[in-house]
Design a protein around this ligand. Structure first.
Ligand SMILES: C[S@@+](CC[C@H](N)C(=O)[O-])C[C@H]1O[C@@H](n2cnc3c(N)ncnc32)[C@H](O)[C@@H]1O
Length: 405
């Protein structure tokens, strides 16, 4: 499979224009094509609410996403990726920036680090598309630290014979080491050392566009390369993503809300690094219903389509068998009185198939018992991960009873 060709990257129009710009730079050795690009092709960039620019993705299944939220591209980096980190700035810090794009997340990390630390910062940026990194050189820098990232990008693009000229004048501070991997992040992670990173920024397109970057098998590598107190931040609140973190031995917590209705997701091997539980109903659905079945990518080399299809098949098999049906959000009604008779009939039809006679039966109460202790502020004992595992264990017990009959 030629994954690089099919990868979800920036849209074809700007992709072609950027490639043309840098190929002209190489042949003419003239700075004009790069320095005039933004003014000439301004319309291809998307202005976000904080004044920073984004770009549109390729069209996949009739859908286009922008690389960043319209609420503010650079603000999103600070709010979702930097604020939830609990960096100990008296020590050296190592960050893995997956899906580095225009380099905003790394630039925000550099800005925060320079403000707070005299130690050393190592950033490994991973991005599959040279043209996208090159776009990072073409957009106006939203913060001055973006010039540091631009310098690192330019150096790498020259090394890889994509760009030709040293136009970026900013010097990379001697205590900051930026390495850029231009390849599929699934390949990169397999070659990284154990126990290395204080933070992983995970910023792909959505799970339907790029499920391969949210899979169980990808997160297993994260578990190996992250430090025990490290934190992974991602913008999505998706159930299969959170479920995959749990299956890979991470604790999970709610990330900051910015530009969306729901908070993103934080994951860490250490529960004390994560303050806020995910919402109660999300815990219940992840633990008990087929939405909590993660994306799987054995071998870390499957196509997005294959991964989506396999998960659909697995969900279908699990429904009414090992998992409660996710239809009408059935599991969230466990231990609830229901007034809506029609909905109740649908819910209880699904529950009966799992040996749970009704929403208020002892079985129903038993399975979600731990949710009586739900607290938004989580700690090392009472937290989303432990509750999810507890509910899964209990659902299994109830289901085993049915098999024994
Ligand atoms: C939402 S954007 C990231 C925005 C970025 N974090 C920033 O600060 O500008 C997603 C990025 O993932 C990149 N990408 C897609 N598939 C990838 C893969 N398999 N490995 C690495 N990067 C990938 C795309 O080219 C795109 O730039």
């Amino acid at each position: 499979m030629n994954y690089e060709k099919n990868a979800r990257i920036i849209n074809d129009d700007i992709f072609d224009l950027v490639n043309k710009c840098f190929s002209e730079e190489k042949s003419s050795r003239n700075i004009e094509s790069r320095v005039n690009f933004f003014d000439t092709y301004n319309d291809y960039f998307v202005l976000t609410d904080d004044g920073s620019y984004s770009i549109n993705s390729k069209e996949i299944n009739h859908k286009i996403e922008t690389l960043h939220t319209s609420t503010g591209a650079i603000s999103e980096s600070f709010e979702k990726f930097i604020k939830p980190m609990k960096f100990d700035y008296s020590k050296n810090i190592a960050i893995l920036d997956i899906c580095a794009g225009l380099g905003y997340n790394s630039s925000a990390a550099i800005a925060d680090f320079i403000k707070n630390s005299n130690a050393e910062l190592k950033i490994d940026m991973v991005e599959i598309s040279k043209a996208t990194l090159a776009c990072g050189l073409l957009v106006p820098s939203p913060i001055k630290e973006h010039d540091i990232t631009k310098k690192a990008i330019e150096d790498e693009l020259i090394k890889q014979d994509y760009a030709a000229l040293n136009i970026e004048k900013c010097e990379i501070p001697s205590n900051i080491d930026i390495k850029i991997f231009i390849e599929d992040a699934r390949k990169t992670v397999q070659n990284l050392d154990d126990n290395t990173y204080d933070a992983i920024f995970l910023d792909p397109f959505s799970q339907n566009m790029a499920p391969e970057l949210f899979s169980l098998d990808f997160f297993k590598e994260f578990r190996r390369i992250i430090k025990d107190d490290g934190i992974i931040a991602t913008y999505t609140s998706s159930a299969p993503v959170r479920a995959a973190f749990i299956e890979c031995d991470f604790y999970i917590g709610q990330g900051p809300i910015f530009g969306r209705k729901q908070g993103g997701t934080l994951a860490s091997p250490n529960p004390l690094m994560l303050d806020t539980s995910i919402p109660k109903n999300d815990e219940i659905r992840i633990a008990l219903s087929d939405v909590g079945i993660p994306f799987k990518d054995p071998g870390l080399n499957n196509s997005s389509e294959y991964i989506l299809e396999k998960r659909s098949e697995e969900r279908h098999k699990a429904r009414h068998n090992t998992r409660i049906s996710s239809a009408v959000k059935t599991p969230i009604f466990l231990n609830c009185e229901m007034d809506d008779e029609k909905l109740k009939r649908r819910v209880e039809r699904n529950l009966v198939k799992m040996n749970i006679p009704s929403t208020t039966s002892p079985e129903a109460k038993y399975i979600v018992e731990c949710e009586n202790n739900y607290e938004k502020k989580q700690n090392d004992k009472n937290n989303s991960r432990n509750r999810i595992l507890d509910m899964q264990k209990k659902l299994k017990k109830i289901k085993v009873k049915i098999k024994d009959k």
